[in-house]
Design a binder for this molecule. Structure first.
Ligand SMILES: Cc1cc2nc3c(=O)[nH]c(=O)nc-3n(C[C@H](O)[C@H](O)[C@H](O)COP(=O)(O)OP(=O)(O)OC[C@H]3O[C@@H](n4cnc5c(N)ncnc54)[C@H](O)[C@@H]3O)c2cc1C
Ligand code: SF4
Length: 554
């Protein structure tokens, strides 16, 4: 018996009749749902640790540790409050794990899981009336508000949703008008960061015996998973979540806005809050993040910028996920799904396949939109092989070290380069899902398939988010440490032109791309041929895990 089991046993309240809740791995809060208002002494919770789920994809070690440490600490916290805790290790689908417990303890409730994978797994129990889905109180907005905001949609636009919600809730509004005279200060929030003001050091969290035991478990049972396990960077307790949020409020929010789009070798996170992983498992509640930020004395561009991320983007992507059933039912046509979960390029990188011995039967590999018909396999450089492109190599290495990187690195480096290489969108999505500690289907799919790769066409965004080296050079210091020169021989710029040329038929009528297509027209035939040659050389080199240099490019 391990330390956690002993501790839980020691804290269990007296046996008595209870109403039981199943608390999934991403609902670890007593600030919402029945745990927030019903007498703890009348409640019991079931928590499931599930290596079967962990084996589904080669998830980053830090992600596994984050879930296990928080789940275990949550179990102890609830037992301390007088809630009975049934903690089981399952190695099977969640419905199979819960069925005997429902027989033993009686019918259970659970807030509707955010993750579709879990919702579909549990549906069989809902059908048999052993489990009841109740409203998930962690969301700040409702599907009705989403529908009302998009009477003409789809396509759906975050801006319309956000403006509707601001008006409907009165957040950052005075006299029915947006504070500061406009709904978004995005245009002012695009400064590069030149070394000042000094960004905060990333937060560290104290180790404790529960985290140490989780670390031991990861090292023993999950050592074949990729990524660095860093217990000092692992928030696991309620106090850690509070400390992270205090750090974010004090060190990040006052400067959040202006440097939102900046990237740097000197600071991985700049003024980003790093709260997503904890917010997505509800150790930090979105409602708290929004209300605290609103109550703070912050520059309006920073306050509005942050509110737009949490009340706007985060809610919006979840609604799109819900409205399309994870993009399986698009309003226009149903999309094909992959037969089983993808490995995000793991096999190409490691030379062996990722095999879940207990391959789940009721689980597909997600929807497969592919607007531009991309078929390039994700190159092994996304798993840590060197490409020779400093921007890409730097961001990839931080992801495997931290299980995290901030928004612009995800969009304008990782997704940008993959899109310019025509990387298969589902494979890139699976990679993000595997590598990031904050990734779950409801959030990673809209972000990668919708924003990162344009795989969903104009369903969520007006154009592909692609750029050449000029943008990366303007918004980061990456180029200063690169063998390539962004103004002369950087391959990312010709890659951009080659992308526009390859997809001209589908993209040239897009009004937001009219300027780039005018410029492409002016590009000489010779340069266009060179663009194409650079695309092919780079794609082949990265597929073979061969770093490129100015000498081995056309
Ligand atoms: C290609 C791509 C993949 C992404 N995958 C994920 C993912 O798997 N999980 C995830 O939580 N976010 C994802 N995002 C959104 C965003 O990049 C992260 O939420 C953010 O970088 C998390 O870091 P942070 O907490 O420091 O965020 P901050 O910059 O401090 O922002 C505050 C919060 O706003 C929310 N937020 C901001 N933008 C988004 C968005 N587009 N979608 C949802 N929430 C948002 C997050 O909860 C975040 O914690 C992705 C974005 C892109 C472009
Ligand atoms: S020069 Fe090009 S490849 Fe190198 S860091 Fe800059 S944008 Fe990236």
């Amino acid at each position: 018996m391990g330390l956690f089991t002993e501790e839980l046993e020691r804290r269990q309240p007296p046996k008595q009749r209870r109403r039981w809740l199943f608390v999934p791995y991403d609902q670890l809060s007593d600030g919402i749902g029945p745990l927030s208002r019903e007498n703890p002494r009348g409640l019991g919770i079931v928590l499931v640790e599930n290596p079967w789920k962990a084996a589904r994809r080669p998830y980053h070690k830090q992600k596994l540790a984050l879930i296990l440490a928080n789940l275990r600490h949550f179990a102890l916290e609830q037992a301390n409050r007088g809630v009975a805790v049934k903690h089981v290790v399952a190695n099977a689908p969640y419905h199979a794990a819960l069925e005997p417990l429902i027989q033993e303890l009686g019918p259970m409730r659970t807030m509707v899981p955010a993750e579709r994978e879990l919702r579909t797994d549990l549906q069989v129990l809902v059908d048999k009336e052993g489990l009841t889905f109740i409203h998930h109180e962690g969301w700040l907005t409702s599907p009705e508000q989403f529908q009302a905001s998009a009477l003409k949609g789809p396509p759906w636009r975050m801006d319309s949703f956000y403006r509707y919600i601001r008006r409907d809730t009165g957040v950052l509004m005075s006299d029915n008008k947006p504070e500061g005279g406009k709904f978004s200060f995005d245009a002012e929030n695009r400064l590069p960061w030149k070394g000042t003001p000094a960004p905060p050091d990333p937060p560290a969290f104290p180790r404790d015996p529960i985290k140490e035991e989780v670390g031991e478990l990861i090292r023993k049972k999950f050592s074949h998973h990729p990524g660095r396990l860093d217990l000092d960077a692992l928030p696991g307790t309620r106090e850690d979540a509070e400390a992270l949020w205090s750090w974010a409020k004090c060190e990040c929010l006052p400067r959040f806005g202006p440097y939102e789009d900046a990237m740097s070798l000197k600071s991985r996170g700049l003024f980003h809050t790093r709260i997503s992983a904890l917010m997505n498992i509800h150790r930090l509640l979105p409602e708290r993040a929004v209300s605290d930020a609103l109550a703070m004395d912050l520059p309006l561009a920073s306050k509005e910028g942050f509110i737009r991320q949490v009340l706007g983007w985060r809610e919006f992507v979840n609604h799109v996920h819900g409205a399309t059933d994870g993009f399986r039912n698009l309003p226009t046509n149903p999309l094909p799904t992959y037969p089983s979960p993808g490995d995000g390029g793991y096999r190409l990188w490691s030379g062996k396949s990722w095999e879940s011995k207990r391959a789940p039967k009721n689980l597909d590999g997600g929807a497969g939109p592919n607007e531009l018909g991309f078929e390039t396999p994700l190159p092994p450089v996304y798993w840590g092989k060197k490409s020779g492109l400093t921007c890409l190599d730097h961001v990839v290495s931080t992801v495997w070290e931290d299980g995290h990187s901030h928004h612009i690195t995800r969009l304008m480096i990782l997704s940008n380069v993959a899109t310019l290489l025509d990387v298969q969108p589902r494979e890139l999505t699976d990679w993000f899902w595997i590598a990031y500690t904050d990734a779950y289907d409801w959030v990673v799919e809209p972000n990668v398939l919708g924003m990162g790769t344009f795989a969903l066409g104009e369903l969520l965004t007006t154009k592909p988010y692609v750029s050449g080296a000029a943008y990366i050079n303007r918004m980061s210091d990456y180029c200063s440490e690169c063998a390539f020169n962004p103004k002369t021989n950087c391959p990312i710029t010709p890659l951009y032109w080659a992308f526009l040329a390859r997809h001209e038929q589908k993209l040239r009528h897009n009004p937001r791309l009219s300027m780039p297509y005018v410029s492409l027209k002016k590009r000489s035939q010779g340069l266009r041929e060179k663009d194409r040659a650079i695309f092919q050389t780079l794609r082949d080199a990265l597929a073979a895990a061969q770093p490129v240099t100015p000498k081995n490019m056309p």
